[in-house]
Design a binder for this molecule. Structure first.
Ligand code: NAI
Length: 697
């Protein structure tokens, strides 16, 4: 079907049809405008019903038009809405499934709205750092009241139509129907066809007993929860104008605010993340129509920290999981942890009892590999030792059905070596989850030398199904994320040697926007993990220079929260990091041993050395073809490493600072005798981009 204009017994039914969600690209805007004009001019038409074919009424702006000339081609959305509102025949929106952003603004421009149960309603613009700039901030308060409208606009949250329809005094929906929304809207249109004057949202008043007092209260709340983001407060400013100014003056205000927001760094970063997420699922040499393998049941080997969390992802998505362990005790322990996790969600009201029961019913356990013979995907999460992985993959090769995907959750081992333990390396892939695996968004999909394209396509699709951000990485030590974090941690160590304290480093990085500084993160993850890696490195890459402070900390048994002490002290049962005199002394003694006179290090230097270390290693990762684009690296850092979203990820941030400036700082750091001069040579890719005046984007 394509967009349609039909007249049914005096009612013109205008059906948008731009899959998947009838977004408002130039083609659709022109179609709506032409249809309204046609219906106006046709004396046989008494009223108009506007609807969308397929999966949505309308999902809003066409994101493919962003930054393209089509976005500004006439008519723009405001023109279309004005045309509808001024039409002298009633226009009824027949709304179903999804009505979002510009789609909701379009519906609010209609004279009447009929909605079907189960419709998702939202103005999500704030999530990309802007605001609903086609009259959304003025129309929604008039239809839903100041408080509800403000809430939806400032958070971008989705609310179901049945919830909104129940709100006392709501004017958003004139009629709520269970099904057949178009037929219902046609009947409705017939009923009101002669009624005049036509109701126009612009003529309504925003009702509230004490708007200024409420707005002041709301301003304090919004300011406190959005400190690094300008958009939520600007949303509030615009909504406030709906109670203060006339409609047209407020529209001009809204327009100015949205234009201003589009140019903020924060909005650029949020849009980068938004597009980056979609772009990450596209792999250059794996076409989108690559056939995918069917994944109906999943096997998980190992019921430890990762195996349990990994299983939960699939159970949550309604996919049956069978977990295998070596011993019954290990299975019992793993199962108990999964149960405990779900039960705490039930207790906190985050999960309904029946959902919990459904999920647990999808879970089974076994001690025998033969029970995995029907699994379509098997994910291994056993001890991080190549010998153990070899045994597991030998067994999998023996029992798995032909075409089953065999995945490893290894974080450091060579996926190609693991694939070589089987006679079917084309079916082997890395699926690197992050801890806690049921919570963290990131999934690094590690593509081995022989991994088949349909295996990759399938794993990317399943990643989406379990609501992960899946990013493809080539095989190298640490893949994308951990390979970069090693350089960041190394800098953190050097900074301590030179004169900084763990608290100072953490604070500077947290002020920059990271969820957690490197030392608090080490204490959370376990400092012994890095220790093990450094020990291995000592034999593999003797040229790599490290600060010894972290080793000394581990020699004291201070592995972090799990041992009650790490870079900080911890009180039993609490997670607050308390600065430790013992650690301070340990660092000072270490400096004395090295003959270092501590110097005062600025927060700016701390942030630059840590973040630019990520950038330089990220550039090498691109040069080596481990990541196929800079945006993928940013997605890894935004979803797996707590990099501040409003800065768009390390590579995007470097572009905002200017690669020339970044490279100059690197050269300066290279002159620091305590640092690693070789590392700080700007990557060839950076030098090339500086020469061309470009950034990674
Ligand atoms: P864990 O020690 O909590 O769990 C491993 C489980 O595997 C244990 O329950 C053990 O009984 C079982 N197991 C060991 N050998 C087995 C065998 N031959 N057959 C069946 N079961 C066996 O370890 P964790 O932390 O869950 O790590 C598992 C894997 O995930 C490792 O490869 C690790 O590198 C990787 N990983 C760990 C992350 C973490 O933060 N813990 C993050 C990302 C990956």
């Amino acid at each position: 079907m394509t967009a349609r204009y039909d007249v049914q017994d005096g009612i013109a039914v205008v059906t948008m049809d731009t899959p998947p969600v009838n977004s408002l690209g130039i083609g659709n805007r022109r179609f709506i405008a032409a249809s309204i004009a046609r219906a106006s001019d046709d004396p046989s038409v008494k009223a108009i019903v506007l609807t969308g074919h397929g999966r949505a009424f309308c999902g809003g702006a066409d994101i493919r038009e962003f930054n393209r000339p089509e976005a500004t081609m006439a008519p723009d959305l405001i023109d279309v809405i004005n045309l509808i509102e001024r039409c002298d025949k009633p226009v009824v929106a027949a709304i179903h499934s999804i009505v979002m952003g510009g789609g909701l603004e379009l519906a609010m421009g209609c004279h009447y709205r009929v909605v079907q149960r189960g419709t998702m309603v939202s103005l999500p613009e704030v999530r990309i750092g802007i605001l609903p700039g086609a009259s959304g901030t003025q129309r929604l308060p008039r239809l839903l009241g100041l408080e509800m409208a403000l809430n939806m606009i400032v958070t971008g949250d989705t609310v179901m139509s049945e919830v909104l329809a129940e709100l006392p005094g709501q004017k958003l929906f004139d009629k709520f129907v269970e099904r057949d929304v178009v037929a219902e809207a046609v009947t409705f249109a017939r009923g009101i066809a002669e009624r005049r004057p036509l109701p126009r949202v612009r003529d309504l008043r925003v009702e509230h007993p004490a708007p200024e007092a409420y707005l002041q209260f709301a301003r304090n709340m919004v300011a406190a929860s959005s400190k690094n983001y300008p958009a939520p407060l600007r949303c509030l400013d615009c909504v406030a104008q709906s109670t203060r100014m006339g409609f047209d003056a407020a529209l001009a205000y809204e327009r100015e605010a949205v234009t201003e927001l589009v140019w903020t760094k924060e909005s650029a970063a949020l849009r980068h993340a938004f597009f980056g997420e979609r772009a990450a699922s596209k792999i250059p040499d794996v076409p989108e129509d690559t056939p995918k393998r069917d994944i109906k049941t999943v096997g998980v080997i190992g019921a430890g920290t990762m195996g349990g969390g990994i299983s939960m992802n699939f159970l949550n998505a309604g996919i049956p999981v069978k977990i295998l362990e070596m011993k019954q005790e290990a299975l019992d322990r793993g199962l108990a942890t999964i149960k405990k996790n779900y039960e705490s969600q039930v207790k906190r009201g985050k999960l309904k009892q029946d959902k919990y029961d459904q999920r647990m019913a999808l879970l089974s356990t076994t001690l025998s590999y033969d029970d995995l013979k029907d699994c379509d995907l098997i994910i291994e999460a056993v001890f991080e030792e190549l010998g153990v992985k070899e045994k597991v993959f030998n067994e999998l090769d023996r029992v798995a059905k032909p075409g089953a995907i065999l995945a490893s959750n290894t974080s450091t081992l060579d996926v190609d070596k693991i694939a070589a333990f089987t006679k079917r390396p084309q079916d082997v892939v890395g699926m690197h989850f992050f801890s806690p695996a049921n919570v963290m968004k990131l999934l690094e999909v590690v593509r081995g030398k022989h991994t088949a394209k349909d295996v990759l396509a399938t794993v990317m699709a399943i990643g989406k199904k379990i609501k992960k951000t899946a990013v493809v990485s080539g095989v190298c030590d640490g893949f994308i994320g951990n390979r970069m974090i090693e350089q960041y941690s190394r800098q953190a160590g050097f900074l301590l040697d030179e004169g900084a304290t763990p608290q100072q480093v953490d604070k500077a990085v947290e002020k920059f926007g990271f969820a957690m500084g490197p030392f608090r993160m080490g204490d959370l993850a376990g400092n012994d993990i890095g220790w093990a890696i450094r020990k291995r490195r000592a034999s593999e890459r003797a040229d790599m220079k490290y600060s010894r402070t972290a080793d000394k900390l581990c020699e004291l048994g201070r592995f972090g929260q799990k041992t009650g002490a790490g870079w900080y002290d911890y009180q039993a049962g609490k997670r607050d990091a308390i600065p430790s005199d013992l650690v301070t002394k340990m660092i000072e003694d270490h400096r004395k041993e090295l003959g270092i006179t501590p110097r005062k290090i600025s927060d700016e230097e701390i942030v630059q050395r840590l973040v630019y270390a990520l950038v330089n290693e990220g550039a090498h990762i691109l040069e080596d073809g481990i990541a196929s684009k800079a945006g993928d690296i940013d997605m890894v850092y935004l979803t797996g490493y707590g990099f501040p979203i409003f800065r768009g990820g390390p590579m995007h941030y470097a572009g905002q600072v200017g690669l020339y400036n970044v490279a100059e700082s690197m050269k300066r750091f290279a002159k620091n005798p305590r640092d690693d001069a070789a590392f700080w040579q700007p990557a060839a890719l950076i030098q090339k981009l500086v020469g061309e005046g470009k950034s990674f984007d």
